[in-house]
Design a protein around this ligand. Structure first.
Ligand SMILES: *[C@@H]1O[C@H](CO)[C@@H](O)[C@H](O)[C@H]1NC(C)=O
Ligand SMILES: *[C@@H]1O[C@H](CO)[C@@H](O)[C@H](O)[C@H]1NC(C)=O
Length: 370
């Protein structure tokens, strides 16, 4: 027996046995890899798609942009992150436009169209991008402080990630993407929430994929079921019709004219491209429309999902946007408070769910005692 190895290498028959063993093993290995193909990709010991269940939703970080005086919104974020098992990695303090030194103003045509609060918003997002690049974060989700998501957000993102992986809109996931990047890495940006969106015009309007999501926003909650007008916000009806999207599906497509940065993810290279285009090169209009323009002319590649998985919480009063009306939001409107608010286009708003989760049944009426 101790001569067995030598035998295999010297005896012609042994060599044949050895060779066929090697060939057989290779065939089995290839067959195994082929047969274990899941989601159009080979299964590895680790599949990053499970990481979507983690506290940063499978992203490398979640950054929150928030003006320091919006303590009300920071309270709200603490409530919805803690009840959704989500963690904000870093808070990026919102910047007031007036505080930016003139020498640091971007070049470009922005002064014709952008007021100081929008300039501040531009700077806040540049700071978020800078943080992502300085810390070499491969993918990061940037949320604004009026963000709302669905109580099923992890399941919805899981469906979205599978939808992207199974779609024929991109090439097969690489082994590195399968193991480390739940949403792949072929993109610069992800618009998980939009207030306005549109696909590329014909003949590129067939570039979309429908995917199943048991927690799709119920049709009656998708605002504007009729055709969207030029001025309509939060209107996804046209897209649902165009794609024949059924009530249990969402549609994903390469970003063309998406607007809205309430829940916007970037890859490291995407962050670099954005900082290059919008700081180094310059700014011509408000940030969200600049980003829309970069996608429209193909300088950025991203994915948008509709109806959105995350959205803006609106109460319809002065507590809403810090951008409109020179930062004052809607003035002269009575404060309705959060209990009358709405997470636009979300089926099961995490903010709305706070009431059910955190208000007690009247203790005194219950069977107290023990
Ligand atoms: C969540 O998963 C992503 C992707 O694998 C990873 O980069 C990130 O560090 C994870 N976050 C936490 C809090 O573990
Ligand atoms: C702003 O306009 C200039 C001049 O037309 C152009 O070179 C630049 O790319 C524009 N920037 C963006 C972000 O679109």
């Amino acid at each position: 027996m101790q001569h067995l190895p030598v035998y295999y290498f010297t005896n012609p028959r042994g060599v044949r046995v050895l060779a066929s063993t090697v060939v057989l093993a290779s065939v089995f290995w290839i067959f195994y890899q082929w047969s274990s193909t899941v989601d159009g990709a080979t299964r590895f010991s680790r599949d990053a798609i499970h990481d979507i269940q983690n506290k940063t939703l499978g992203f490398g970080a979640i950054l929150l942009i928030s003006l320091d005086f919006r303590t009300d919104r920071r309270d709200a974020l603490t409530l919805i992150t803690s009840t959704s098992d989500i963690e904000i990695t870093e808070v990026i303090d919102g910047v007031r436009g007036e505080s930016i030194h003139e020498k640091a103003h971007p070049t470009g045509e922005w002064p014709e169209r952008v007021d100081m609060s929008h300039l501040g918003s531009w700077r806040s997002h540049m700071n978020a991008l800078k943080y992502i690049i300085d810390n070499q974060i491969e993918t990061a989700l940037i949320v604004e402080d009026d963000v709302d998501w669905d109580v099923h957000v992890k399941s919805q993102l899981n469906s979205f990630a599978h939808g992207l992986r199974n779609s024929n809109l991109r090439s097969l996931y690489t082994p590195q993407e399968i193991q480390y990047a739940p949403y792949g890495l072929d993109w610069d940006t992800l618009h998980l929430g939009t207030s306005r969106t549109g696909m590329a015009p014909a003949p590129l309007d067939d570039l979309y994929a429908l995917y199943h999501d048991p927690y799709r926003t119920p049709p009656e909650l998708i605002a504007h079921k009729d055709a969207c007008g030029e001025k309509d916000w939060y209107c996804w009806a046209d897209m649902m019709t165009h794609t024949s999207c059924n009530d249990n599906s969402r549609v994903l497509y390469p970003t063309y004219s998406s607007v809205g940065l309430v829940a916007f993810a970037v890859t490291l290279l995407g962050a670099q491209r954005l900082l290059y285009e919008l700081s180094w090169v310059g700014l011509n209009t408000s940030l969200d429309y600049s980003i829309r323009g970069l996608h429209t002319r193909g300088a950025l590649h991203g994915w948008t999902v509709t109806p959105p998985i995350m959205s803006s919480w609106v109460t319809g009063d002065g507590a809403d946007s810090d951008l409109t009306n020179d930062g004052k939001g809607r003035t002269g409107v009575p404060r309705h408070g959060n209990l009358g608010g709405e997470g636009k286009g979300l089926g099961w708003s995490a903010r709305k769910a706070l009431t059910g989760r955190l208000t007690r049944e009247d203790y005194w009426k219950g069977p107290h005692g023990w």
